[in-house]
Structures are given as C-alpha cells and as structure tokens.
Design a protein around this ligand. Structure first.
Ligand code: KPL
Length: 306
C-alpha cells in the first residue's frame, strides 16, 4: 500500500513514522520547509512512550513528486482541510481513498465535496503526540484508532488500512458508524481542549480542580444534547465519565489546542466547541459553556495576532 500523509505535524509524523518503520511505502507532505528539509537530512526523531529512535521517511513540500498513492492520510488542521484536499490532487488516482483522523466536525463533509463520498474513510485517533520542533515529535500517549467507510463499497479498503496500521503497531479497529465515533471524539475534545488551552494545564491536571471538572462535564453534556437533537447515535457510553478517563489516560499530554496556543497558532476551536454552538443554535439547544469557551479561545487567538 502506498501512503501519503498530508500534514506532517505531531500526529502526521507519528502515523507516518510508524508506517515507515513497518516497511510501508509512505511519504510525508507538508508546507513547513525547515521541517521537511530536516526530516530528509537527518530522519524523523520520535521520543516518548513508543521509544526513542530516528526513522527514515521521505518528506516533501510538493505532492507532485510523490504521485498517485493508494491512501491519502489527512492530518492537517481542520480549518485547512478543504484547501489540503484540493492541493492533494496529484496524489489522487482512480482508486485512491482519503482517510481523515483529524479532530473536529466538518472534515468528512469538506473532503466529500472534493473527492465524493465513495472515496472517503474517516475515524478517530486516541494517540497523543507533541511537535517538539523541526523533525522532532514526542509520542505522549497510546490509544486505539478507529477507521470506517462512508460507503459500503469502501469497507474492504478500510479493513486493509486497519490491517496495515495494526501491522505497524497502531492498534486499529473498524468503525461501523464513522459519524457517531467522530462525535464521540469531539465530545472528548469539548471537555479537554479549550480548558487546557485557557489554563495552560496538562490534560490530567484539569481533573485536580473541581471547578474545571464541573465545566468539563457541562461542556460535554451540552455536546451530547446537540448531537442527540441532530440524530447522532452516541451509543450507551457515559460520555462524561469517558472524558474524565481520557484526561487521566493522556494526563501528561499538552492537548493539541494548548500546543497551538503556545505556538501562537490558530486553534481548532471553530471545528469543535464553535461547531457545537452553531449547530445548537440551529437545533434550538442552549450551549452557554461551549459558547463562553469558544469566545475565550478566540480571545487568545486574537492576543497572538496582535
Ligand atoms: O485529541 C486530543 C487533543 O489533544 O486534541 C486529546 C484526546 C485531548 C489528547 O490530548
């Protein structure tokens, strides 16, 4: 299987690095030239829970040099999804599938608009990873990957991708309800990301402050009400208990939103709490905590832009 990882940040490098180590033909595609040059010159340096090593994996700024692949694995930030899929055209041939494991709502729709639902695979990842600097990532926590197809015709490809990931040490299961599973991950992000970005705390430290635990719970409960009103099947999981469990399991991690704020970069607030607020408005569901979190993170983004 030929794979191109588009968006070689913390998560893209984690997946690309694991696949390369397992002998999969994988290329990293990213716009950050210094990072790409450093990976090509010295290899990708991975530290953390899966061990300290340097992985040789080709990287490029130009997808044309990679050509058509079997799988485009999209790991750009959610606000860049539409643009990245359009820019990935040289990678996409007759049988290519595009897999998103990104955070947030709206990625499936943005990809489908360009390539059609038959080519789209979606899912979630529970790994934690931090981009330390050019060519350096820290694998902060391990967890399952879920992959599913939007259309039944792509299910066998989803299974092949899951086999490839499992062979590379990325524990992966098939999802029979991609949208429901993505919502499940969004609920986790609602409870953790904005609060860590605003406080500077690691995921696990949120649990040590009763007032923050309460906000985590309310942010998740609001999200559950919006999802249910939108007809999403969230299964029987207790999503509030689950967000506390994930915060504990990824306790040492700096959430992706905290990493963005620390680097003065735009966050994914619009695709997370912001989407829930917007959808809640349409469906008549009040979301005051998510509204406040969205506004406060927007304030942080504004401060960085001054
Ligand atoms: O997905 C994450 C993120 O940081 O975006 C969690 C699960 C919160 C792990 O850090």
């Amino acid at each position: 299987m030929r794979v191109a990882v588009v968006g070689a940040g913390a998560m893209g490098c984690l997946y690309g690095g694991h696949l390369a180590e397992a002998g999969v033909d994988v290329s990293l595609v990213d716009v950050w030239r210094e990072h790409v040059d450093a990976i090509n010159a010295k290899g990708l340096h991975i530290t953390g829970v899966s061990g300290d090593r340097v992985v040789r994996v080709p990287a490029t700024n130009n997808p044309e040099t990679v050509g058509e692949v079997d799988l485009v694995l999209l790991f750009v930030k959610s606000y860049d999804t539409a643009q990245a899929v359009k820019g990935s055209r040289p990678l996409i041939g007759g049988d290519t599938k595009v897999l998103t494991l990104q955070n947030g709502l709206g990625n499936l729709e943005a990809i489908t608009e360009t390539v059609g639902a038959g080519r789209v695979l979606g899912g979630t990842t529970s790994h934690g990873s931090t981009l330390v600097g050019p060519r350096e990532i820290r694998h902060a926590g391990e967890g399952p990957t879920l992959i599913g197809a939007l259309e039944i015709s792509s299910r066998s490809t989803a299974e092949k991708v899951a086999d490839t990931f499992n062979g590379a040490g990325l524990r992966t299961r098939i999802s029979d309800d991609v949208r429901g599973d993505i919502w499940g991950k969004v609920l986790v992000n609602l409870g953790i990301n904005a609060l860590t970005a605003l406080t500077g705390l690691r995921n696990g430290q949120l649990l040590e402050v009763p007032e923050l635990r309460r906000l985590m719970r309310i942010a998740v409960e609001e999200g559950v009400r919006v999802a249910e009103e939108d007809g999403v099947d969230l299964g029987s999981l207790d999503h509030v208990a689950h967000v506390y469990d994930v915060a504990e399991a990824t306790g040492a991690n700096h959430s992706s939103m905290l990493q963005d704020v620390d680097r003065g970069r735009r966050t994914e607030i619009d695709a997370l709490n912001g989407e829930v607020v917007g959808l809640g408005e349409k469906l008549g569901v009040e979301t005051p905590v998510n509204r406040a979190l969205t506004a406060l993170v927007k304030g942080l983004e504004h401060r960085s832009s001054l």
